[in-house]
Ligand binder design. Structure first.
Ligand SMILES: [Zn+2]
Length: 473
């Protein structure tokens, strides 16, 4: 490795690659060295993208990535670092890894029938080391924290980010501080963060309040912020698009559908697909659809206000249409209960690049879709189920044809929110949403609930019960 002409630019002699950070705002476009500690553009406050150029051609990259599937090198065993030619690091980077990625792409026939599709595949990012999609970004961001010499890493989180950062910080032997909105983190996620040794600080207020205070904190040099505004996390998460396409034999599905919360994941998918397309590794882009929960759907509102069609790349100019934050985001899908998503411009850009759309689904739709995904033997946390609910809605509106190829991305493990699942199946799941009477909670009617049964402790009673309750297709 040698340093390039520009300060902080990496140049690897073997493959002639280089990386830098640049502002996504079209009328700014400021450029920065890869190791400048920035979270947003220092000139205009815009979001930063990491740009890495490579001289490797499509055939070489596909061949190398394929060969690594049979390798035992820890970097090759990681579903993120396997694609390191497109990551902004040198060969000697001090990688912090938990063998993340490598998540299955499941065929989900029952979910497909529920949606009205001939077939549906589910890419389950909830099967990462800490049970959520966050790990693919965290391995890269914590590696960068190590390179920058940070002593403490912090994030504000509704839970999955907290659990993931806590684990990777522990691996890197860094201090980790988690800021969570008080009472808004599930037990499972809290348990993980505590077990991995993080300092968990419960704040009054919601997730957006936590975001604000954390930005103030990072003015301290020894602290490195690892929220989804961090462009290195997006770099890690974009590799999910690479892994997905490799699993598809580089045959691009018509649609890829992702849940939308803070929108870093949607942004990362868009960036990943676009990089593959620009390199000639895939021959077209899948339509990227983002599905938000109705009570926390600012991007879906912005998108529907525009009829979906009036946006162009130019409308991402800072003075153009702005996202109106949802002041009191409300959904039982806590992982996407976010009213002011920081990555909305990048996510909208991804939707525009791919000709996709943004929509929202109700609490009832999420709850039933989640149960159906469970019946495929797969399971997921509530936020993930927005995808299947969204696909069903798009089929009903003729926005997806029955025979089209569709991949839905599940982002969290079913055990991330066990209480939700139990309450749904016991018909005890309550929400406070637009359908509720003022000041009252509304019960969500579970159409696929599967409550536990009380049966006498005799062979005859059990056999009779099983005969009566034979599952139907
Ligand atoms: Zn800028």
């Amino acid at each position: 490795m040698t340093l390039g002409a520009m300060e902080g630019t990496i140049e690897i002699t073997a493959t002639r690659t280089s990386a830098e950070q640049h502002c996504i705002e079209p009328n700014c476009g400021a450029r920065f060295g890869i190791n400048e500690r920035l979270y947003v553009c220092s000139q205009c406050g815009g979001l930063l993208d990491i740009e890495r150029t490579t001289e490797d051609d499509a055939e070489t990259l596909r061949t190398v990535w394929q060969a690594r599937l049979a390798s035992f090198d820890p970097r090759d065993r990681s579903g993120v670092w396997r694609y390191r030619e497109l990551l902004p690091f040198t060969e000697s980077a001090p990688i912090v890894s938990l063998a993340e990625g490598n998540t299955p792409l499941y065929d989900a026939p029952r979910s497909a029938r529920y949606c009205g599709l001939a077939a549906l595949r589910l890419k389950h990012q909830g099967l990462n080391p800490t049970g959520s999609f966050k790990d693919t970004g965290m391995t890269v961001a914590v590696t960068q924290a190590r390179i920058l010499g940070a002593r403490t890493v912090v994030c504000a989180s509704t839970g999955n980010t907290a659990a993931s950062l806590a684990a990777y910080a522990a691996r890197a032997e860094l201090q980790c501080a988690i800021l969570v909105p008080s009472g808004q983190i599930t037990n499972a996620k809290l348990a993980q963060s505590l077990d991995y040794g993080a300092a968990v600080l419960e704040l009054e207020g919601n997730f957006d309040d936590a975001m604000r205070v954390i930005r103030e904190l990072t003015e301290d040099e020894s602290i490195y912020l690892v929220n989804s505004i961090n462009p290195f996390r997006i770099e890690g998460q974009k590799t999910v698009a690479f892994e997905l396409m490799q699993q598809c034999g580089w045959r691009v599905p018509d649609h890829v559908v992702v849940p939308g919360g803070n929108l870093g994941n949607s942004a990362a998918f868009g960036k990943g697909f676009k990089e593959l397309f620009d390199l000639g590794i895939i021959d077209r882009l899948p339509q990227l659809t983002i599905v938000q929960a109705e009570g926390a759907a600012p991007l879906a509102h912005l998108f529907s206000d525009s009829d979906g069609g009036r946006f162009t790349a130019d409308s991402l100019l800072p003075d153009a249409r702005q996202l109106a934050p949802v002041k009191y985001p409300n959904t039982l899908a806590t992982a996407i209960k976010i009213g002011a998503p920081v990555s909305w411009k990048k996510a909208l850009r991804a939707v525009l690049w791919t000709g996709g759309r943004v929509l929202s689904v109700s609490e009832d739709e999420i709850a039933d879709a989640k149960a159906i995904i469970g019946r495929d033997g797969i399971g997921c946390e509530p936020a993930s189920a927005t995808t299947v609910a969204g696909i069903k809605q798009m089929i009903q509106k003729n926005l997806i044809e029955r025979e089209e190829t569709v991949v839905a991305v599940l982002t969290g493990h079913v055990l991330k929110d066990a209480d939700y699942a139990i309450n749904y199946h016991r018909q005890n799941l309550y929400t406070h949403d637009s359908e509720s009477l003022p000041g009252e909670m509304r019960r969500i009617e579970g159409n696929y609930s599967n409550p536990p049964a009380s049966v006498k402790a005799t062979k005859a009673a059990i056999l009779e019960y099983l005969k009566r309750e034979q599952p139907q297709q």
